[in-house]
Write a protein that binds this ligand. Sequence first.
Ligand code: PMP
Length: 438
Amino acid sequence: MRSETNNLEAFWMPFTANRQFKQKPRMLVAAEGMHYTTDDGRQILDGTAGLWCVNAGHKRPKIVEAIQKQAAELDYAPAFQMGHPKAFELASKLAAMAPQGMDHVFFTNSGSESVETALKIALAYHRARGDAGRTRLIGRERGYHGVNFGGISVGGIVANRKSFGTLLTGVDHMRHTHDPDRNAFTRGQPEHGAEFADDLERICALHDPSTIAAVIVEPMAGSTGVLMPPKGYLERLRAICDKHGILLIFDEVITGFGRLGSPFAADHFGVTPDLITTAKGLTNGVIPMGAVLAKKEIYDAFMTGPENMIELFHGYTYSGNPIACATALATLETYQEEGLLTRAAELDGYWADALHSLRDCPNVIDIRNMGLIGAIELSPIEGAPTKRAFQAFLDAYEQGLLIRTTGDTIALSPPLIIEKSHIDFLFDTLRNVLTNLD
Ligand code: PMP
C-alpha cells in the first residue's frame, strides 16, 4: 500500500529537517492499538504514544464512535456567550478528577495555547485583585512550554528561542535540575538537587517578590532530555511561591492523564499548583484540544464585577469545540474503564528493569525513568551533537519501533495499554540498535 503522495514539497513540516525527510520520507498510513502501519505495509510499535499523547492506544472504537456521533449531531457551536452540554459535562468531569480545589476549566486547542492561557490568567488574576504590579514571569532553563511567544519566553530551549527576537520582557529563568554527576542512572526521582528551587528565592531577592506573577515548570521536563524532578524540589518551589504570593503553574501537557501512574503529576508528587496546563492525553491526541485547570480562588477573583460584564478577555474560536469535547469524554471513559490512569504505576517495576538493562550498551551515559517514561542518554559524537541519537531513531524505525529523540537522549513514552510482550520487543529492539550504533 504505497502512498499516492509523490509531491512532498508543499507541506512545510514542523520541527523537521524538511530537506532530509523529503529525500527519504517515513510515511504512516494507519494505526491500531500499539502499532502504526507504514506505507510499505510494515508494523511499527509505537514507543512514544505519537507525541506523548495517544495514551489509550490507537483507533479506539469508543472514541471513533463518539466523534462520528457528535459530528452528525452538533458539529460546531461557539463558546462565546453560548454553550452546549458536553463542554459543561467535560469541565465537570475534569474538575472532579483534578487535584483538590482545582474546580474550574478553561478550554484551548493545544498545549501551547494552554500555556498562553495560563500565563494570561496568572497576570490578570493579580490585576483583578488590585495587585497589578505583579507582572514578572519565571520559567526554567531547558523548559518546554510550547511554541507561542509566551511559551518560548518562559521556556528555556535555546534553539526554540534564538531566531525569534526579543520575546517577552520581564522573564527570568531558574536553572534546570539536571545533575548527572550526582544523579546518573537513578530510578525515579533523583536524590540530589532540591536546592535548585532556591534559584527562585534569588530571583525574588533580585526583583522584589511583589513584582512576580507566576512561576511555570514542567513537573517532569519531557521535551529537553526527559528530566525528573529531584526529591523535595517541587515541594520547595511550592513553599517559596506560597511565601511570596506567587502563582505556581504546572505544565502537565505530557504528564497529565496517567503518564506517571496517576491522573496528574501533581497527584504523583503530592504538590498542588495553582494552575495546570494540559492537552495531548485529554483527547488521546485524536482531536486537538487543551485545557487549563484553575483553583477556585483564581476563578472567584474574576467573578466580582458587574454580572453583565465579560470577566476574562480571552478565548478561542474552538474553545470547547463539541467534537473535541465528545472525544475527550470518550477518552476519559476509556481511561477509567481500563484503569489506564494508574497502569503506569502497575508496570513501573517491569518497565524500569527492562529500561535499565540497557545500561551496559555502548555509548549509554545515563538512564532515567518515571511512570511509563524512559530516557536513555547517549554520549554525543564529537562535533556532531544529536547525530548518534537520531541515527538510533532511524535504525529503530527500520526495525519496527518508533522512538523519539531530544538532543542526545532517546525518549520513550508508549501508550498506557502497553503489554509486557511489547515492552520486551521494545527493549530487545533498542538493545540491538544501540549495540550496532557507531
Ligand atoms: N508544554 C509541554 C510540557 C509540552 O510537552 C508540549 C508539547 N510537547 C507543549 C507544552 C506544547 O503542546 P502543543 O504542541 O500541543 O502546542
